[in-house]
Structure formats: structure tokens, C-alpha cells
Write a protein that binds this ligand. Sequence first.
Ligand code: NDP
Length: 296
Amino acid sequence: MSRRVVLIGHPVSHSFSAAMQQAAFDALGIDATYELWDRTPLQLADTIAEIRGEDFLGANVTIPHKERVALLVDRLTEDAHATGAVNTITREGKRLVGHNTDVPGFRIALDKLVGKQKMPRQAVVLGAGGGARAVVHGLITEGFQRVIVFNRHLHRAEKLVRHFSKSAAHMELRAMPWHESVIEAELSKTRLLVNATSIGLHGDETPVPGELLPPDLLVLDLIYNPARTHLLRDAASAGDTAANGELMLLHQGAAAFALWTGQPAPLEVMSAALEQARAAGIQSAEGEPTGSAPSS
Ligand code: NDP
């Protein structure tokens, strides 16, 4: 029987996951297809019920469903429980297990960004959704001492901070209102800025005006498509060290692949497929025919 894995999100058309995962299945001769399912929050419960069928190996979950899905599966792994967010689902018989492979993906991206420098201890995080939860958990467990979370809707950032109150009891984890002057003041006291909002995903927008970025900041934008967001271009102009979310995408995907198949992920194949999807996306922007690659 051919098996299925689905990406559940709304929207999903920006995603490179299908290109990456399908290439990995094909390279290892696994008879499986990776499908994009655009499902609204109202359709989510029925969608999760649907993937309990035997033909499913599991699923990925993306914007805006990661937190809600944590309430719909039967069991959570440690990282999924700690974050209250699920980006990967596996099946144990009819039971669904929620995992969070964004956490190891973020750790690898952070290590690469910091490189040989000393790991900072202060961070500013923009956003309070599922991705931000993986980031904040990663920062807490990495030993950060001060993490400030800004979000458009302050109550969601406050909820995130409450969620981590036990694991962050030894450090300062605070939610602050989204005011440019407050963000500027916090950026002047920090070494690391992580954008975990979806600002920049759909248009050439930035969460933070370029003039607010101090030099020598480490900037990680979780967005990987487009590759150079407005924020990343501004960071480069300010003399900052910056990276997009592609390495996090690759490694969260590799961890998910291993969970579904029980086999180590073919990292090089997946990385090459990402590059191809990116190239096809660039062609698309230039008006060339692209087939289905950029949206998959
Ligand atoms: P969610 O839908 O859970 O959260 C979206 C976040 O973006 C919220 O904080 C939301 O604020 C904020 N936001 C959205 N639109 C606006 C806006 N117009 N103005 C201000 N704030 C806005 O999504 P996720 O957390 O799952 O994903 C967030 C981003 O991170 C996405 O771009 C996603 O692609 C990326 N990501 C990348 C990963 C990778 O592997 N590279 C892994 C995980 C995420 P509010 O709460 O106020 O609505």
C-alpha cells in the first residue's frame, strides 16, 4: 500500500516541505507521497480525524495550527508537551502522537548563526505562535537568562510566558507590548533577535524598521521563503550577522522524516531539493513556468 504524509496549514502554498520530503522518500525507495492540505481552523478537527487511517504515515503541521493540534492528538512527546505546539504527527495504531521537531531544528540554526562566538544570554523574540514557542523553549534550555517576547496581540505573548513559567522560573522571560520605542530599547540591550512572526512571508514587509537594528546583532528570521526578507536585508545593511529559516526547515524536516520512516534522513538529498525548489520559485517570480515545485 502506498503511504501518505500531509502538510496541514493555512496557507501552505509557500512551503518547500513537499519538495524536500518527496525527494527523501524517492531517494530511499519508500512508496509514499507528501501532500499539501490547506485547511482552515474550522476544518482542523475533521482533518486530524482523517489522518488516523492506515494509509497515513503521519503529518506535518504549520501556520496557524501548531498550538491547536497539540490539543487534538492522543499523546505528546517531551518537546511537544514543553512547547504546547506540534509540527509533526506520527501514528501508533489508531493513536496519534504529537512531536515538535522545530525545537531541534531551531537549536541547529542558532548554533550555526552564533558560530564560534560566545552563545549570548539575552534575546528578543518577535511573535508568540507555534514557531515562537519552539524558539523560546530552545532559548530556555540553551541557558539564556533574559528573553523578551513581543507580539501584536499582547495577550498571546502573555499566555506563552505563563506556559513556560515553571521551566523559565530561574530566568527573566517577559511579554512586552509591541511599541517601536520599547522594541528599540530592548534591542539595544540584546545580542540576538529572532523573528517568529509571519511578517515578510507574503509581502516585502518587516516587523522592525531597519533603523532600529543596532550593529553586531545576531538576527534569525524563521521565514525561509523568500530567502532574503526585508528584515534580513536591513540586518545586512546594519552590519548584523543574519540567517533565514532554511537550516531550521531542513533539520525539522529531517527529524520528522526519521520519525515517520524509522530511517535516517538523506540530508544531502533534502538540501538539494530545497535548493531546486528555491530556484524554481525564483523562476516563478520572473514569470517562467515552474510546475508544482515552488508550492510543494
Ligand atoms: P502562527 O500562525 O502560530 O503565528 C504567527 C505569528 O505571526 C503570531 O505571533 C502573529 O501575531 C504574528 N503575525 C502574523 N501576521 C502579523 C501581522 N500582520 N502583524 C504582526 N504580527 C503578525 O505561525 P507559526 O508560529 O507557526 O509561524 C510563524 C512564522 O515562522 C511563519 O512565517 C513560519 O513560516 C515560520 N516558521 C518557520 C520554521 C522553519 O522551519 N524555518 C518553523 C516554524 C515557523 P498575533 O498572535 O498577534 O496574530
